[in-house]
Design a binder for this molecule. Structure first.
Ligand code: GTP
Ligand code: MG
Length: 197
């Protein structure tokens, strides 16, 4: 897919404030600092589109972008950020759960996993939750440029093996780097395919 335009639209505290659900929508989620905003910028070919930061917890609202005036890209706040109060965490969880379960034009969720890490319980739990809610998703391993290929493929295999303990069929997965743009074309190809179906 060729990206002709990618524009920021709105940041919403609730799914109720999101743009009219009149176009297919794709959301990016994962632990704080996993690289959601960076991946969105890499897809859009615009390093300044979504705000990124070395400090976890940068993205706090539901951020909508519109691509090619044809589909929505959504940058969500990360989960598992330790430095927030219990009540703030609860309200984020509620915001994300409501968005994921009630956003009617949501076509697919991209769940980002740090390719440098061995399988993390919090990611597996989040994925199992998506399964219970019957929300379609794809796994995206991030920051592959920070690892050797061997380490990345070990972590990817270990993660998928862990998933096999609960999942009969594994979802599609991609290995990406926002820096090197690895995996970018594959993700855009999937979105184009889903937009067309
Ligand atoms: P929150 O909004 O805080 O949840 O974080 P996020 O998941 O949006 O992460 P963000 O894109 O802000 O990136 C976090 C840090 O990781 C930044 O310092 C990025 O530059 C860095 N980063 C993200 N993706 C990559 C990547 O593919 N390779 C490398 N080397 N660094 C990356
Ligand atoms: Mg972010």
């Amino acid at each position: 897919m060729i990206i002709k335009t990618a524009e920021y639209l709105i940041s919403s505290p609730s799914y109720k404030d999101c743009p009219k659900p009149d176009m297919p929508e794709y959301a990016f989620i994962g632990r704080s600092n996993v690289g959601k905003s960076s991946l969105i910028n890499s897809l859009a070919n615009n390093e300044k589109l979504a705000k990124t930061s070395g400090t976890p917890g940068k993205t706090q609202l539901i951020n909508h972008f519109i691509v090619n005036k044809d589909w929505y890209l959504v940058d969500l706040p990360g989960y598992g950020f330790a430095k927030v109060s219990q009540s703030q965490r609860k309200s984020w969880e509620k915001m994300i759960e409501d968005y994921l379960r009630k956003r009617e034009n949501l076509v697919n969720v991209f769940v980002l996993i740090d390719s440098r890490l061995t399988p993390q319980k919090i990611d597996l739990e989040f994925i199992n939750q998506l399964g219970e809610w019957e929300i379609p998703f794809t796994i995206v391993f991030t920051k592959s440029d920070k690892n050797t290929q061997l380490e990345t493929s070990r972590n990817v295999k270990a993660f998928l093996n862990k998933m096999r303990e609960t999942w009969q069929f594994l979802p599609q997965h991609f290995v990406t780097s926002a820096v090197k743009k690895t995996g970018r074309d594959q993700i855009l190809a999937l979105i184009a395919e889903l937009n067309a179906s």
